[in-house]
Design a protein around this ligand. Structure first.
Ligand SMILES: O=C(O)[C@H]1O[C@H](OP(=O)(O)OP(=O)(O)OC[C@H]2O[C@@H](n3ccc(=O)[nH]c3=O)[C@H](O)[C@@H]2O)[C@H](O)[C@@H](O)[C@@H]1O
Length: 385
């Protein structure tokens, strides 16, 4: 049924027209496929746009954070001098967040040193030193000096203490602890690392003075049980402790100008010389010594360097009858005993330093501390002290 009209159409339409119709149909089909493709593409583009804007939304706050971070990295610090490794000191400032301490910190930082501020923020404020936070030469530690501190430094400015009457009277026991135990801890630290310590005392150590104006050698007039005593006496004890440490821990001392000369030999050389002399047939005096002559000041400086000590050389008054020079002539020992010293000065000193270090360690660990005797009270008898 259906083929009849088609055949009829075929017979009426020329072959050329057929071709034309087929081409039109084909073009129509291609156009519709193309249209679909274009449509799909625009949907895809829309999707991509939406994803892109979503990504942008997420990324923007992150970009902002990066900008903030970059800003903080390029934060402007006050100008700081450049110091070579040799001249740059590691300096601890206790109470460095306080009024005096923070100004001192500024000066030390600007001079190019490495500064560690230790403060328990009792009266000090972080904002006093916040302009240094993040600087490679600066460190801020929240720490109470009443607790020991283990860091490596070359100098200690010890300023931590409540300073004004309302602050130091607020908790008198704590004020005493800060100035006594705190100072002891800082002195212990100074001793351990060989640092120089400066104590910030106070004019209150003069108390209610009977001498006016007050010179440093005035001992003061302090009421030891008054309301100010926790601070005044605390600082006075702190001064006492600094002096006790200085005396006990040996600042290196030199009598006179140090220009007097000496020649030191190492003990093993002397022992060998003694044995050689004993077993020889020499019965007259023989010099056994090392003729390497140096001034006492040169010895002091060499020892200071070898020990790695930061302590200053203290010049004391000249000792009575102190010989100005001394150096043995050892020609006789060489000739008669075939002996001469063989240990070089620096090697001998290093050995001696090692020996004395061990000796001090031993003494510290074996100190004899007498125990208090138990009180014996005899029954029936009155005790008279
Ligand atoms: O000349 C003085 O009489 C005083 O001068 C300064 O004191 P100042 O800077 O005036 O006082 P603050 O601004 O209160 O500074 C004291 C700092 O010590 C800190 N501190 C106090 C108490 C404590 O237990 N630990 C501690 O780190 C405080 O937080 C503060 O940062 C010194 O820091 C005091 O040691 C000194 O006694």
């Amino acid at each position: 049924m259906l083929s009849q009209p088609l055949l009829r159409l075929a017979s009426t339409v020329s072959r050329r027209r057929m071709k034309l119709l087929l081409v039109i149909a084909l073009l129509t089909y291609v156009a519709s496929v193309w249209g679909n493709l274009v449509n799909m593409r625009s949907i895809q583009e829309n999707g991509e746009l939406r994803i892109e804007s979503r990504i942008e939304e997420i990324i923007e706050p992150l970009r902002e954070k990066i900008r903030d971070l970059e800003k903080s990295f390029t934060q402007k610090y006050p100008p700081v001098k450049f110091l070579s490794e040799k001249d740059r000191k590691r300096i601890l400032v206790t109470g460095g967040a306080g009024f005096v301490g923070s100004h001192l910190t500024d000066k030390l930082m600007m001079d190019g040193h490495k500064v560690t501020v230790v403060d328990n923020f009792f009266t000090g404020r972080k904002r006093n030193v916040e302009h240094w936070i993040g600087h490679e030469n600066f460190e801020l530690i929240n720490h109470d000096v009443v607790e020991p501190l283990y860091i490596e430094v070359d100098q200690i400015y010890h300023l931590a203490s409540p300073a004004s009457p309302p602050n130091y009277m607020y908790n008198p026991i704590k004020t005493l602890k800060t100035n006594t135990i705190g100072t002891l801890n800082m002195l212990g630290l100074a001793k351990r690392v060989g640092a120089r310590l400066l104590l910030a005392s106070t004019s209150e150590v003069y108390g209610d003075p009977e001498v006016h104006p007050q010179t440093e050698d005035y001992w003061g007039h302090v009421n030891p049980i008054g309301p100010r005593a926790c601070y005044d006496e605390g600082k006075r004890v702190a001064e006492t402790m600094c002096y006790a440490y200085m005396k006990q821990e040996g600042p290196l001392t030199v009598y006179g100008s140090g220009s007097q000369t000496r020649a030191f030999q190492y003990v093993s050389d002397l022992v060998n010389g003694l044995v050689a002399l004993m077993n020889s047939n020499v019965s007259s005096p023989v010099n056994l010594g090392n003729p390497e002559e140096h001034t006492i000041l040169e010895f002091a400086q060499l020892i200071k360097n070898l020990v790695g000590s930061g302590s200053e050389i203290q010049f004391l008054s000249e000792a009575q009858d102190d010989p100005q020079k001394r150096k043995p002539d050892i020609k006789k020992a060489k000739l008669m005993l075939g002996w001469e010293p063989v240990v070089p000065l620096e090697e001998g000193l290093n050995k001696a330093i090692h020996y004395f270090r061990k000796e001090l360690e031993y003494q510290a660990n074996n100190q004899y501390i007498p125990k208090p005797k138990p009180t014996r009270i005899k029954k029936g008898r009155t005790r008279h002290n």
